[in-house]
Design a protein around this ligand. Structure first.
Ligand SMILES: [Zn+2]
Length: 352
């Protein structure tokens, strides 16, 4: 029917025009297929092709297979120039999708082959953010330094040191730390000391937790740090694995959740969109922010994630607007940045 055919692009336009905040985006997982092509062209000897770094529509992988895709992407981003290019491309793509404020996260990585150090890695990302700003890309970008669980406590300590250094020198760009990587690697207690130190220095904490089942003790250990935001929290509330005391804790302390629908479906930690825990947290009006996680690997966009959430859970346009507007409350930047963003939103608000 004609009506339906016309309806689709109009709907999509609402979500791409909607001003949005992206708070859970891993730099390497966010690299688009276009940028991957550019990187492959620079390194033809690696014989990597596009399907090895992106999961097409309707396809799924296990969480382990997804983690392997990141290792392939790392082979493609080995020099400060590569990191600068991907940072700028990713920022531009988020801006083109209507994202007005973005917190990018990435683990500092050294590469012997190119002489890139963890420090020059961080500096390349900061340079990409700076150049995007100078080129007037309409988006405010900050950086969270990631701790990859596979690196263990020593790499975690190093990441915290770097975060502290750049927290002081990078003019409000480095705002906090993320704990991520293979959720089965290491134990939460290995990371407590560095994370506590970071907190004492004034850095914010966004922690991936309860991403896989049977991690109740570990989840409790991480929650006891009072993280500023939770990544995924998939099994906090699930009927088999969930625990009412964990949910109560998160509710009592009003800890916002970063929720990434397509990521959880494609990596098979959630069986289907309608069973996504967004439904639970939204129904109890708990602070939740829609995010992409890895827009490149999972072949998505933030506007698409909003649309999926809205269509799956029957949200009106006005409810979608509120969801995006309220996400400003959970950013790690200062109150004056929040005020600026609220102003921007009110200028862009449509009549519903
Ligand atoms: Zn993540």
């Amino acid at each position: 029917m004609m009506m339906e055919a016309e309806e689709q692009p109009r709907k999509t336009a609402f979500y791409s025009k909607l001003p949005k905040v992206e708070l859970h985006a891993h730099l390497n997982g966010s690299i688009s297929s276009n940028t991957i092509k550019k990187l492959i062209a620079k390194k033809p000897d690696l014989k990597i092709h596009g399907q090895m770094t992106m999961i097409d529509k309707g396809k799924k992988r296990t969480l382990e297979e997804c983690l392997h895709m990141f290792q392939i992407i790392h082979l493609l981003t080995t020099s400060p120039e590569d990191v600068l290019m991907v940072t700028k491309d990713v920022i531009k793509e988020f801006a083109d999708d209507g994202v007005k404020y973005l917190e990018l996260r990435s683990t500092p990585r050294g590469e012997n082959t190119t002489g890139m150090t963890k420090k020059t890695y961080v500096e390349s990302i900061l340079e990409g953010i700076k150049q995007s700003k100078e080129e007037n890309v309409d988006i405010d970008v900050r950086y969270l330094i990631s701790i990859d669980r596979r690196g263990g406590p020593s790499a975690a300590k190093e990441a915290v040191k770097l975060a502290e250094e750049f927290f002081l020198s990078a003019e409000d760009t480095v705002l906090g730390l993320d704990l991520s990587g293979d959720p089965a690697a290491g134990q939460a207690k290995d990371f407590l000391e560095p994370l506590l130190e970071a907190k004492k220095s004034g850095l914010k904490l966004a922690l991936h937790l309860s991403e896989i089942p049977n991690r109740k003790t570990e989840t409790q250990v991480l929650l006891n740090l009072f993280p500023d935001r939770i990544g995924h929290g998939t099994f906090l509330s699930s009927s088999e694995e969930g625990s009412s005391d964990l949910v109560d804790f998160v509710r009592q302390h009003q800890i916002p959740l970063e929720l990434c629908l397509t990521s959880n479906i494609k990596s098979q930690t959630v069986p289907s969109y309608d069973q996504h825990h967004f439904g639970f947290w939204y129904s109890i009006a708990h602070p939740a922010v829609i995010c992409t996680d890895d827009k490149g690997v999972f072949a998505t966009r933030l506007s698409q994630e909003y649309q999926l959430a809205a269509e799956t859970f029957h949200l009106t346009q006005s409810q979608v607007w509120d969801l995006s507007y309220e996400s400003i409350n959970y950013i790690f930047a200062s109150d004056s940045t929040k005020a600026d963003l609220r102003k921007k939103w009110s200028h862009l608000k449509p009549h519903f």
